[in-house]
Design a binder for this molecule. Structure first.
Ligand code: HEM
Length: 509
């Protein structure tokens, strides 16, 4: 409103009259917003009529801080196939944990909801995890060769070296006879592996010079925690409010640490590639690792991969490539420590193929069926990615006839699926025989790496790393649990323990 118009209104109404008009407008606006909110809520409740739920607060929903997994177990027990849950305000989602429902949703191409995945953007940008549509397809096609069998094969030796560095450190620490918190060690080890395999990093992440890497690993811990809690906090939805809050500031501080790390990796590799000579020479000389593919795609056609796209892919793979595997491996160690009889059976199997374990190769990885069964059973009990989400781009009708309109958020709970007693009798019992070669199960009953077109691109890489790490560890240590410190599971972007995972390590003769 211009100065003269305002002056004119003031002359007509006087100052107090003007204030009354403004208040009236404000009130009308508020009432119309409240009416919109109410009507929208009524519509949501109508859509959710067929989906059971526990009572929820109109503003704070029905999530209890750090109790998502425990709540999921109760819901899975109480409501077969699915239930609705409210985050905050008018923000519900339908949580599914039934294999037919999973199959239906994973077979569609609904996008990832901006309300939850969008909070990752300032950190990992639009890399493969967050991209959608044509650009996602192009990037997926470009990066798939980096996970080809021929590329993965020699990684087994690199993985074994990283594991041995961790085990050497454990050997020194094991002498202290107090339980060891393993998650930090495992994270640095998986970080070293991804750095060496995907980014051709030559140095050591786990030894003396690990300061930068440790701060990166800590930043990732902070970021996954912040993203998770932001999605659950009503007052943190607006960027302006969030960025001004202490949580928002901590998030951006951690983002800067993570970006400094990835920028360093990109410039180091760029410099190395320049030294190695022109493009053709590099291509002939070396196998193309993940970062080479990205850098060369950029060099061949400057427009095809912007600096922003490159950084996003590096940030995405740096995070996805180490944090998920670290979570998986830490929980596998915990599962084996709490089930010594299975641990011993795996050890005997590994001893029979590897002897002293100095040379583990690709061919060995197919020869440890019992160890693989135990790894899968641990991934069932402790899925490293407990849940993902999709926003329906078209209406959906589930196999039992219930339906949801376009725009609804569906949360796919792998934790719920893997603990569903209708699929897995006595779901809390660690029973590797569930994965015996002849055991029958629904194609979508076990989904640690998700499924469909947007499944995990690093699945084979991760399974290899888990097998190498478990095999080599069992040859050198007996893993014992610490009954005084039982881990408390919490859902972040990956599955974590609130109080760490403490194990006693007994060096084997
Ligand atoms: C035990 C280890 C791992 C588990 C359990 C795991 C699990 C998953 C899951 C559940 C998804 C689907 C995410 C969604 O739809 O929102 C996913 C996607 C993805 N994972 Fe993994 N992952 C693991 C290891 C890795 C590794 C080692 C890498 C890279 C080297 C990786 C890279 C990715 C990428 C880039 C995506 C996005 C794929 C796309 O949308 O096209 N993951 N992962």
């Amino acid at each position: 409103m211009g100065f003269f118009e305002l002056n004119h209104i003031t002359n007509v109404f006087g100052i107090s009259g003007l204030l009354q008009v403004i208040s009236l407008f404000g009130l009308l606006l508020l009432l119309s917003k409240a009416a919109q909110y109410y009507l929208h809520r009524q519509w949501l409740l109508k859509c959710l009529e067929q989906f059971p739920s526990t009572p929820s607060h109109w503003l704070f929903g029905n999530l209890i801080k750090d109790q998502d997994l425990q709540q999921t177990l109760l819901w899975v027990e109480k409501f077969p196939t699915t239930c609705s849950k409210w985050f905050w305000g008018n923000n519900p989602s339908v949580m599914i944990y039934d294999p037919d429902y999973m199959k239906l949703i994973l077979g569609r191409s609904d996008p990832k909801p901006i309300k939850s995945y969008g909070f990752f953007v300032p950190w990992i940008g639009y890399g493969l995890l967050l991209l959608e549509g044509k650009k996602w397809f192009q990037h997926r096609r470009m990066l798939t060769p980096a996970f080809h069998y021929d590329i993965l094969k020699p990684y087994v030796g690199i993985m074994a070296d990283s594991v041995h560095v961790m085990l050497d450190k454990w050997e020194q620490l094991a002498g202290q006879d107090s339980p060891l918190e393993i998650c930090q060690h495992v994270s640095l080890m998986t970080m070293e592996t991804i750095m060496k395999c995907a980014f051709s990093y030559q140095g050591s992440v786990q030894l003396n010079d690990c300061g930068n890497f440790r701060s990166y690993v800590e930043a990732v811990e902070e970021l996954t925690h912040r993203v998770h809690s932001r999605a659950r906090t009503a007052f943190h939805q607006s960027n302006i409010i969030y960025n001004l809050s202490s949580s928002g500031r901590a998030f951006h501080r951690a983002c800067r640490v993570a970006h400094e790390h990835t920028d360093r990796m990109i410039s180091m590799r760029k410099a190395e590639l320049e030294n190695e000579g022109e493009l053709e020479k590099v291509k002939k000389k070396r196998r193309l690792d993940f970062l080479d593919i990205l850098l060369l795609a950029k060099m061949q056609d400057g427009k095809s991969l912007s600096d922003e796209d490159l950084r996003a892919e590096v940030d995405t793979f740096m995070f996805e490539g180490h944090d998920t595997t670290a979570s998986g491996l830490s929980w596998i160690f915990y599962a084996l420590a709490t089930h010594p009889e299975h641990q011993q059976r795996c050890r005997e199997e590994v001893q029979s193929i590897l002897g002293d374990g100095t040379a583990v190769t690709w061919d060995h990885l197919d020869q440890m069926p019992y160890t693989t069964m135990c790894i899968k059973e641990a991934l069932r009990l402790y899925p490293p990615v407990p849940a993902i989400a999709r926003e329906l781009s078209t209406p959906v009708t589930f196999p039992d006839g219930r339906s949801l309109p376009k725009g609804f958020m569906v949360s796919l709970s792998f934790y719920g699926l893997h603990h569903n007693p209708r699929l897995w009798p006595n779901p809390e019992v660690f029973d590797p025989s569930r994965f015996a070669p002849n055991a029958a199960r629904h194609s979508h009953a076990f989904l640690p790496f998700s499924g469909g077109a947007r499944n995990c691109i690093g699945k084979q890489f991760a399974m290899n790393e888990l097998k190498v790490a478990v095999a080599l560890t069992l040859l050198r240590f007996e893993l014992l649990s610490d009954p005084t410190r039982v881990p408390v599971l919490v859902q972040r972007s990956v599955l974590k323990s609130k109080n760490g995972i403490y194990l006693r390590l007994k060096k084997l003769k």
